[in-house]
Design a binder for this molecule. Structure first.
Ligand SMILES: Nc1nc2c(ncn2[C@@H]2O[C@H](COP(=O)(O)OP(=O)(O)OP(=O)(O)O)[C@@H](O)[C@H]2O)c(=O)[nH]1
Ligand SMILES: [Mg+2]
Length: 420
């Protein structure tokens, strides 16, 4: 994104985003098979590929009674090569303790999870479920080794053993646990990796194929959201790096008092020109918002109100030098005392000397620098809010100032158009 911005500015970034939207047609869905060590993650991947652990020459995953998978590897789902199953090391071993597990497996790179357990529900299972949900990702809960449970129960209760009743009981207790953890709606599959025609192995295999388009859409939406937000951040970083240059220019220019009560001078001419540039670059001006609304079938008035609310000033209509000057004359006196107060309260060392020296020495350079920094900070928030709203409009709802905002078009429709 940074390279696209450097090479082609806004248009470069737009082209990259469009390419990314197309790329999704060829991007696989990354499914992580995750869970405690020894629950049968590698066995499941072999079984789904129609292999046994002995089919080493065909690339079967290693299976064993001790901690086995130490390297992360991916395998294709046999019915859909775009569905990539990642065999992960087990959680909670010496090499993969809980504290470093998620970072070691780079958890954020997966789109969907099969959370596997065997025997009893453990603390680790609950923790993993919460971590996945916290990332707004979906998962299926898979209980393996059901055949073992049945044979154990048959031996323990020789006279009263009933297979169906036992399966019902396992399902009920699993769902109870999930409900208690606040995830009652997670689909549960009871399987045995060595008895594929019994229990729900086949159902799980098919369900993944059936849900594939929906899961991929969700993954697409999240990717779109982060890419667009990333675009704003890259732009802000790039604009930030111009501030020193503009401030240096202003040192020679005509200075006016910064804000009432502060003996700091700024060059309002330079600042206004630069603020218009920030405003347009971050897509906050009316025509950018209209274009964005049209592109995503959203209500442009809603986008405008997001900007107005975040700025605390109405900035609709064409942005001329005069209108921006008026906006800045309202904004700056509000921003400077806030920044000064925050610096004093938090004892922000980096900021204090700057504020201090500005108050002490009414130099146009320092005043312009600070003003541009505050303006850019102030413009960044609405730009990010708009991007979030757009991404949410493509699939979710978002809260803006406590108000639930919904878009006209459901995300699945837009994503489906891309995925067609
Ligand atoms: N009976 C039965 N045994 C299973 C099942 N799944 C796995 N096993 C056995 O459980 C043991 C562990 O299986 P793996 O597939 O290596 O487990 P894993 O989760 O990949 O383990 P790590 O790689 O160490 O995390 C092996 O002895 C498998 O044969 C199952 O569904 N039924
Ligand atoms: Mg394994």
């Amino acid at each position: 994104m940074k390279a696209a911005w450097k090479a082609g500015g806004v248009d470069g970034c737009k082209r990259l985003l469009e390419e990314k939207a197309d790329e999704w047609k060829n991007v696989p869905l990354n499914v992580a098979v995750i869970g405690n060590s020894g629950v049968g993650k590698s066995s499941f991947i072999n079984s789904i590929r129609g292999l046994t652990a002995d089919d080493v020459e065909l690339g079967a995953a290693a299976v064993g009674v001790k901690e086995t998978t130490l390297e992360i590897r991916s395998y294709q789902h046999p019915d859909n090569p775009m569905l990539k199953l990642w065999d992960l090391p087990g959680l909670g071993t010496k090499v993969f303790p809980k504290a470093t597990y998620l970072s070691k497996i780079v958890v954020d790179r997966y789109d969907f999870f099969l959370l596997m357990t065997a025997d009893r529900f453990t603390e680790n299972d609950t923790w993993l479920g919460k971590e996945i949900r916290r990332r707004n990702k979906k998962y299926f809960f898979v209980r393996t080794k059901i055949g073992v449970d049945i044979s154990n129960d048959r031996q323990a209760h020789r006279r009263t053993h009933k297979e169906e009743a036992l399966i019902r009981e396992i399902r009920r207790s699993t769902q109870d646990h999930l409900r208690k953890d606040g995830c009652g709606d997670v689909p549960v599959f009871l399987i045995d990796n060595y008895e594929l025609n019994k229990f729900e192995f086949e159902k799980l295999k098919q369900q993944m194929i059936q849900d594939f388009p929906e899961l991929k859409k969700t993954a697409l939406i999240f990717s779109l959201q982060s890419t667009s937000e990333e675009m704003v951040r890259v732009k802000v970083a790039e604009l930030r790096s111009r501030i020193w240059k503009c401030a240096a220019l202003s040192a020679a220019g005509a200075a006016v008092p910064f804000a009432p009560g502060l003996s700091v001078a700024i060059d309002l001419g330079i600042i206004t020109h630069e603020a218009i540039f920030y405003f347009r670059q971050l897509g906050l001006d009316s025509s950018s918002l209209k274009r964005c609304a049209m592109l995503h079938s959203l209500d442009h008035v809603k986008l405008q109100s997001i900007v107005t609310r975040a700025l605390g000033v109405r900035a609709a209509g064409a942005i001329t030098f005069e209108t921006m000057k008026m906006i800045l004359q309202i904004l700056l006196p509000r921003l400077v005392p806030l920044a000064a107060a925050a610096a004093v309260e938090e004892g922000t060392r980096a900021f204090l000397p700057l504020i201090g020296s500005l108050i002490a020495a009414p130099l146009s350079f320092g005043g312009t620098y600070l003003a541009l920094k505050l303006i850019l900070d102030k413009f960044e928030k609405p730009a990010l809010d708009v991007m979030k709203f757009v991404a949410d409009g493509v699939g979710m709802t978002t809260e803006i100032d406590g108000e639930k905002a919904t878009s006209k078009v459901r995300g699945s429709e837009v994503a489906a158009r891309w995925l067609d």
